[in-house]
Design a protein around this ligand. Sequence first.
Ligand SMILES: Nc1ncnc2c1ncn2[C@@H]1O[C@H](COP(=O)(O)OP(=O)(O)OP(=O)(O)O)[C@@H](O)[C@H]1O
Ligand SMILES: [Mg+2]
Length: 637
Amino acid sequence: MESRNKTPVARLWELAFTYKILIIFACIFSILSAISAFLPFIAVYFIIYELIISLSTHSALNVELIINYGWLAFIAATATMLLDFIALCFSHIAAFRTLYRLKYNFVRYVSYLPLGFHSQHASGELRKIVDDDIEKIEKFIAHQLPDIVGSFASPVAILVILAIFDWRLGLATLVPVILAYVVLISGYHRKEIKTNMQEFQKRLVDMSNTSVEYIRGIAVVKAFNQTFFSFKRFYDAIKAYQIYCLKFTYCFKNHMAFFLLILNNIYLFILPVIIFLCGYVDNYANFILSAVFYLIFSVALPVPFLKLMYVTRGLQQTAESLTNMDNVLNTPCLVEPESGFEADQYDVCFDDVSFSYEQDPNQQLVAIDQQATSSAEKDNSKVTNAINHISFTAKQGKITALVGLSGSGKSTISLLIPRFFDPNQGKITIGGVDIKQMKNDYLLSLVSFVFQDVFMFKQTILDNIKVGKTDASLEEVITAAKAAQCHEFIETLPNGYYSIIGSQGLHLSGGEMQRLAIARAILKNSPILILDEATSFADPENEYKIQLALKALMKDKTVIMIAHRLSTIKDADQIIVLDKGNIVEKGLHQQLIDNGGYYYRMWQFYQQTLDWQMNQSTMEATTDAGNNLHQHEVSHV
Ligand SMILES: Nc1ncnc2c1ncn2[C@@H]1O[C@H](COP(=O)(O)OP(=O)(O)OP(=O)(O)O)[C@@H](O)[C@H]1O
Ligand SMILES: [Mg+2]
């Protein structure tokens, strides 16, 4: 990883030689296979030689010798395949080991990147790197690398063979090969072709991103009847890809056509030389023999050169894939100290913290040292902060509630605690220790999160709850599920805790998923608990039960609770009121009501909403007995 600043091609070679012994063996067998590929032609040459000599001297044909040459040709052709097979075996073992390492390291590294990185890179881009780019590197090592080595060995063998038989005809054979390569390389160096090639690659990435976005957002697309517009974006991306693919192909077509034309018709260059030289030779028999050999050989000649062309193009594409991968690997992950500090109590303290999403995540990461911090602050004068100069302490054993209108910065504050993002200014401490001075794993072990948007893996319910504590026993999971009020509904599923979410029609409701997420947090049982709209999907009856479960869970913990239903946070030990990223009020519910400020107005508004709900339900009660639930909710306020 440390040598990622080398050129892409140099990096590729370095990567390819990770498993040196295997690759060296692959190269040796590939060279032997390339050399052996020419032996049948030489054997055929000697067979023709025998025929011509015996005809011209009227001597008996040495049949045994001819048969031996025949066997030599057969054995050499078989050996060529066998040696190639052995070379590929070695190269594939090396390639799959490298593939495993690269994918494992890449995915692991991506998981250490700050969340900011993911909000700025489409998931399709990362998918393309894992699925396509890294696979290309595997293909390069498995197939192209032995081919390159073999293809370089072939010209050397050819040169030797050409020089041995008749250097003049050898030269006549080499001229078209050189000419073909001049045509090809001049094509690669045309600015137009280079630009189109780059655009073509960009459009490929765009097409991949748009397809992922389209499929992931299909529910929204259908719900809002946006099929046409959304599909159009996808269609446009494919169209743009097609345009640049064609542009690149059209630009290159003349070069490619001439290259293939010359290489596949080398005999057209040899024939005039043969005719010309006929007037100057003494030994016709020998000369005709050489001429026949070169004409036969000219058929075999293009194969290694064509291979060489494809592998050099493959080399270029693989180098680009490697650059894509390295670009992500060069993104600095969260800076953590060599040996981290640990907290002995868990008060969470925000000290003059400001944060904006509108910046390069790299920049916020560099902001660890003093100098960078001041320059980042300067830059931030131009961007809108999601939160501004936030200072408060959430005490251990107490509940701190964050309230405010949508977009006021509540979730942002909670995301800064486990360092999903680093603030641009100010400091966050846990038990007096700066969170930047803690090891990431330790910090994450301190915090349990119940997110606003719950994410479930396509795994069993058991595994999904065990995300909170991977070594938990079934009994522990059941206890947590009971506390989170989800045991009952899990039991009703055909496979209970072993039902796989998302398969065989098992789709959970928002409330059910939220309760599973709470079970995760209960199981993790960490000292800091962040509940971001943890019960927003719960119906009143379940919310009441979950609140009871949470009460037990919250004991002695630092709890940060975000809720739009103000009834949920009314009894909090501290209520922090936010407006547009600023703290506008702080205090207990009654104090804030007495103040008659922002919170009071929010409370009034909330009450009106409830009254309105109650009136609605009273009106509908005559026709719908189920509306008792609304009254139930009011009774909890
Ligand atoms: N990933 C993001 N990238 C850029 N801006 C963001 C991102 N997430 C939130 N914001 C912006 O930051 C501000 C605060 O958002 P935040 O999610 O913290 O609000 P909130 O108080 O939790 O709102 P809600 O009650 O709707 O959940 C908003 O202006 C929002 O647009
Ligand atoms: Mg939020």
